[in-house]
Design a protein around this ligand. Structure first.
Ligand code: SF4
Length: 99
């Protein structure tokens, strides 16, 4: 079962940024891997996702959301899962605003 305790309250201002994401309407499979994906297929998919994120007007909000909710599955804010894990670990060690 998903842990939703870290999700923001269900008010529009907490989620409105998602409506402005460059990925809006795209196939989520570009941003989230299937089981056992690896090698070239994984690198290619992640590079495609990060290319979309590079010009996204809400990249900072997306990354902030991923870190504050400790989201480590998929591409968020232009970062992959390993980078997200490192930032989340750093945030746990040193709570406070994300630079
Ligand atoms: S930063 Fe990437 S994943 Fe986040 S909303 Fe923008 S395009 Fe989507």
């Amino acid at each position: 079962m998903s842990d939703v305790s870290r999700l923001p309250d269900a008010v529009a201002e907490n989620w409105d940024w998602q409506r402005r994401g460059a990925c809006r309407g795209m196939d989520a499979a570009v941003f989230f891997h299937v089981d056992n994906e690896r090698g070239f297929a994984r690198r290619h998919r992640e590079a495609s996702a990060k290319q979309v994120c590079a010009s996204c007007p809400v990249r900072a909000e997306c990354l902030q959301h991923a870190i504050s909710t400790e989201e480590t599955y998929g591409i968020w804010g232009g970062l992959g899962e390993n980078a997200l894990r490192r930032l989340i670990a750093a945030k746990r060690r040193s709570p406070g605003p994300i630079a």
